[in-house]
Ligand binder design. Structure first.
Ligand code: PCA
Length: 331
């Protein structure tokens, strides 16, 4: 009896010992508020990995820039200060113009086209990230981008001199080409920027307008459907390579689910966000013909500027995307 008990105890301590040594905790910094669908989706992904590994790998999300600010998240993951994190891809244009492909105005303006553009860009995106010590896990879009204003806007000329909140170099360029005055401001600082008069207008999704209660500061949202930028979730490559194959498989599976769920959620909420902006007193309008034409001209300028900067990679992703479009048109 005594011998058996002793053996049972040592077996138990062997197992608990193993679990204690193997258990790993990953911090997952997120830039956007906990209630936003990107953050909720990341939390579901984190829980799925934690559950499927039996707690051997626990992923803990830190929304609202609470662990690292949005501008710091990618570097934190590259250097291993955080093992995994989420970042708006198109904000990284200063590192490589290729990151801006999903923020080109009027190139991919629907969820279907945004998905095709993602598929077309994924191999290059993955290899750029690989060289930066990062592994791409999944990417999820923001709903189509529209224009928030205090006053009605008929044409780009009406935006002249307006203080414009930008979230990357591309939105800064849109503002410059409209004659607006751009300032780059993180999503978390939007309410304050509008409340203090630092910003009067911006281009963003209904999602961010809803999260930041833009109806308190603006009256109109023009449903321009200019582009659908994406957030990506990346892991530190060294950390990734240190995982066993089974754990990597679990993460890859959970990431594929999170990607599908995230795209579905963005699509589903896109209309809902507009309804919420309207319910809170905003006027939701399609852009008038002049405004649309002006923005399209700006988009064409920006696309040719980008093609210059992005070189062969840029040219080939646009060609690949266009050939996918043609493919869809075939009977
Ligand atoms: N919301 C983010 C990026 C794109 C979007 O829809 C923002 O405004 O910062």
């Amino acid at each position: 009896m005594g011998k058996l008990l002793c053996c049972a105890m040592s077996v138990a301590s062997f197992f608990t010992g193993t679990v204690a040594i193997a258990a790993e905790k990953w911090d997952m910094p997120l830039a956007y508020s906990a209630t936003n669908y990107h953050s909720k989706n990341a939390a579901l992904f984190a829980d799925a990995v934690t559950a499927a590994t039996g707690g051997e790998l626990e992923i803990v999300t830190h929304p609202s820039g609470s662990l690292f600010k949005s501008s710091e998240i990618k570097r934190a993951v590259q250097t291993g200060q955080a093992q995994i994190g989420e970042r708006l891809i198109s904000a990284l244009g200063n590192e490589n113009p290729f990151f801006e492909v999903d923020a080109l105005p009027f190139v991919a303006t629907s969820f279907e086209d945004a998905w095709d553009l993602y598929e077309a860009s994924k191999p290059t995106l993955t290899s750029i990230l690989d060289k930066q010590n990062l592994v791409l896990l999944y990417a999820v879009p923001w709903p189509p981008q529209g224009l928030y204003t205090k006053e009605p806007v008929q044409s780009a000329a009406d935006m002249k001199g307006v203080k414009f909140r930008a979230y990357n170099a591309m939105t800064t360029r849109v503002a410059e080409l409209m004659g607006s005055i751009p300032t780059q401001i993180e999503a978390g600082e939007i309410s304050q920027a509008f409340a203090t008069g630092v910003a009067e207008s911006m281009i963003s999704s209904g999602s961010t307008g809803y999260d930041r209660k833009l109806w308190e500061h603006t009256k109109y949202w023009y449903d321009v459907q200019a582009w659908l930028p994406k957030n990506m979730v990346v892991v530190n490559k060294g950390t990734w390579n240190g995982l066993d194959e089974r754990t990597r498989g679990i993460i890859t599976g959970a990431a594929a689910m999170a990607e599908q769920a995230g795209w579905a959620k963005a699509r589903e909420l896109s209309e809902w966000y507009k309804e919420q902006l309207a319910a809170n007193g905003m006027t939701i309008l399609p852009p008038g013909d002049t405004l649309k034409a002006d923005l399209e001209t700006i988009g064409a300028t920006m696309t040719s500027e980008w093609l210059e900067r992005a070189g062969a990679d840029g040219k080939s992703v646009i060609e690949k995307f266009k050939s996918m479009q043609l493919g869809h048109d075939e009977p």
